[in-house]
Ligand binder design. Structure first.
Ligand code: FAD
Length: 472
């Protein structure tokens, strides 16, 4: 049945089915349950199929959004996923964690007067539908070129670059420092937002295409970038992310019970600390305790919601600006509030307070007010004199961002870096100052998003392909 635009605009945006908000506080299972076929078709029917696809312009990897959505509305789910995967080999991941509200969905014409099409939810639906009904299928490969590329890091930038290069006919080896593949997708983003099984399945599809994954290989220690060339690689893509945590640099940060978000989330996500003693990497037992997470981004939301699931009595976000400046995705903020997280806005930590045995027992914070916008465009927090007070806490997680790990810089000094250690590249090609070396993702931009990292991987793959043609 063909619908008029008027009919399409009468269909409301379909809500994402979710796990009950009280139940999910006690488990690590996924919060969002995904669309049913009926909900997906209904949502897809809302798309006006605009002649100019502004939604695609908002997607860093250029997914042909209206085409795949049109196939969903016709119930051709297999066709829809094939269309989607022409541009994105990791749709189940992106459908779950991309900030669509700031990208494709922000460009949807329907969003101007009402609610945009739920593009991310549809992306997730078709990817999950394929995995459950068909198994993940792999695309055709071009004939082998005999040329070899080393990809350093298995986060979204490395995976997307590897996926594109293998399809172009090159041999690809991904070197990963950790014992698990996926970067932040597995060690940072918790199971309740992105199940590891989903990440593993999408990585498995790259293995099936022939990508060789080498775990426990730290480039800079196991081999240097120069040694990769000496070992026969024709090009190298560096996608090592931004894994070095920033700290608050306030007194008392070394008390027992103060974690970086990296350590806390890695222990819980990757090392399964919540299953201690079955798994032997515990975290502080925060059951019935007070936990404060400092920061306002996705990482802070993940850490605080994790602490709630570990049994925290009170779990606070302490953020120096207001709700309006919160950088986390709206959905994460909404879910956190539903789960009972308490938000203490306009408060800046001054000092951690500990007991005589060195255990954390509180944090002294100062109240702030908002002044003029700063370089980030957000209003600057300004301290209010004589407004300090103490909050009793037993555990703290510092989630104020990450910088670049110096290992590549220390062992590859002939690359150009900025003062924060990010690798400098030509933005159109991701080419670095060193012959045959390309870089992308958080190591170039600083902490950003999954889809931007994937976009960088894709740009680099195209440029590496061109570069390799000149080497033949
Ligand atoms: P990473 O994902 O960091 O991957 C880099 C990989 O390189 C890692 O596996 C690392 O072990 C490996 N590596 C490092 N050094 C070496 C070396 N010397 N040799 C070999 N391997 C090495 N973005 C979103 O879009 N949506 C979200 O909801 C979201 N939530 C987030 C939640 C958390 C907790 C965090 C920390 C980030 C979140 N982000 C989110 C940001 C997003 O995950 C990152 O922007 C993205 O993962 C960057 O991808 P990348 O490939 O550049 O690096």
């Amino acid at each position: 049945m063909s619908l008029s635009n008027k009919d399409r605009m009468k269909i409301p945006r379909q809500a994402m089915p979710e796990q009950d908000k009280f139940e999910r506080r006690n488990n690590f299972s996924e919060v969002n349950l995904g669309f049913t076929e009926e909900l997906a078709v209904l949502e897809a029917q809302r798309c006006l199929q605009c002649p100019k696809s502004t939604c695609t312009e908002g997607c860093p990897v250029g997914v042909k959004i209206k085409d795949f959505i049109s196939l969903v509305s016709e119930k051709d789910f297999a066709g829809a996923v094939a269309k989607l995967k022409e541009d994105n080999l990791l749709p189940a991941i992106c459908g779950r964690v991309c900030p669509q509200e700031e990208q494709c969905e922000s460009k949807c014409v329907l969003g101007k007067k009402g609610e945009s099409v739920a593009i991310g939810r549809l992306e997730r639906f078709v990817a999950d539908w394929e995995r459950v009904n068909l198994g993940i299928r792999t695309p055709e490969l071009k004939p082998k070129t005999g040329q070899k590329v080393a990809v350093v890091g298995s986060g979204p930038a490395g995976l997307s670059c590897a996926g594109d290069l293998i399809q172009m006919g090159h041999d690809v080896t991904v070197f990963e420092a950790l014992h698990e593949l996926g970067g932040v997708l597995v060690y940072g983003i918790p199971e309740f937002r992105l199940p590891k099984e989903i990440v593993r399945a999408e990585i498995e599809s790259l293995s099936k295409l022939g990508v060789d994954f080498q775990k426990n290989s730290i480039i800079g220690l196991t081999d240097t970038v120069d040694e990769l060339f000496a070992n026969g690689y024709d090009a190298v893509f560096i996608a090592v992310g931004a894994g070095l945590p920033y700290f608050l640099n306030i007194p008392g940060e070394n008390f027992n019970g103060v974690y970086s978000s990296n350590e806390f989330l890695t222990r819980v996500n990757l090392m399964k600390a919540y299953k201690f003693p079955e798994f032997d990497t515990p975290v502080f037992n925060c059951k019935d305790k007070n936990v404060a997470v400092f920061g306002g981004g996705n990482t802070a939301m993940d850490a605080v919601r994790t602490s709630k699931r570990l049994g925290a009595k009170n779990a606070y976000i302490i953020y120096r600006r207001s709700e309006n400046e919160l950088p986390a995705r709206k959905e994460e903020f909404h879910h956190a509030k539903e789960e009972g997280i308490e938000f203490i806005f306009l408060s800046n930590p001054q000092e951690f307070i500990g007991d005589e045995k060195g255990w954390l027992k509180g944090v002294r914070v100062q109240k702030m007010e908002l002044g003029e916008p700063d370089a980030s465009g957000r209003r600057r927090p300004v301290p209010i004199a004589n407004s300090e007070y103490v909050i009793d806490i037993d555990m703290a997680v510092v989630a104020i961002g990450n910088g670049s790990n110096p290992i590549i810089q220390n062992t590859t000094p002939d690359l150009d870096y900025n003062k924060w250690g990010n690798i400098l590249v030509d933005k159109d090609t991701m080419k670095t100052s060193k012959e045959g070396v390309f870089a992308g993702g958080d190591i170039v931009t600083g902490g950003a998003t999954v889809i931007l990292a994937m976009g960088a991987g894709r740009t680099a793959a195209n440029a590496i392909n061109e570069y390799l043609k000149t080497k033949k």
